[in-house]
Design a protein around this ligand. Sequence first.
Ligand code: AKG
Ligand code: FE2
Length: 195
Amino acid sequence: MRDLFDTPILPGLTAVDDFVSADEAGALIAAIDACALEPFRFQGWLGKRLTHSFGWHYDFDTGGMAEASPIPAWLDPLRRRAEAMAGLAAGTLVQALVIRYDIGAGIGWHRDRPHFEHVVGISLGAPATLRFRRRIGDRFERATALLTPRGAYHLSGLARHAWEHSIAEMDAPRWSITFRSLSDTGRALIAAANR
Ligand SMILES: O=C(O)CCC(=O)C(=O)O
Ligand SMILES: [Fe+2]
């Protein structure tokens, strides 16, 4: 994503508009709604956004990773396009998390779990602002990226690892699909847990 002067807003953040067509977006939203969506769970607390993972499931209650049902056929072509957009080899993005944000749902400040490396998100429904912050001494440096409906973004490098991101509570419904690759840390943690 670039500003008026064509410089990236954050190193490691790229975004494209119109990643999926309007027809595809309608079908993807219907397919997400047909998933067994559950409120995001975090240490005994239930979030307002509804989620379902494929490929791998990171459990925020236990801090563990478990294999989940495979990425379904309806997501596979999109995953391939997400890999191409991010310059990743086919088969790299092994997790898909689908989310529905109803009115009043958002996502608080976080960095994605270290088990994962690349993050490619597809935004459906209402536009949203992805907010970024990183602590510099006693203050926060901040940046924002507009997530246009049907657009995609890729987080890697500094945007992925040094900055936190969040989305304010929505005032209209939004759906997202985020594909992730495993990190070396993630592979090591999975191997250690299976020993
Ligand atoms: O909905 C989105 O696009 C962002 C989701 C997100 O940041 C996450 O699940 O870690
Ligand atoms: Fe995230």
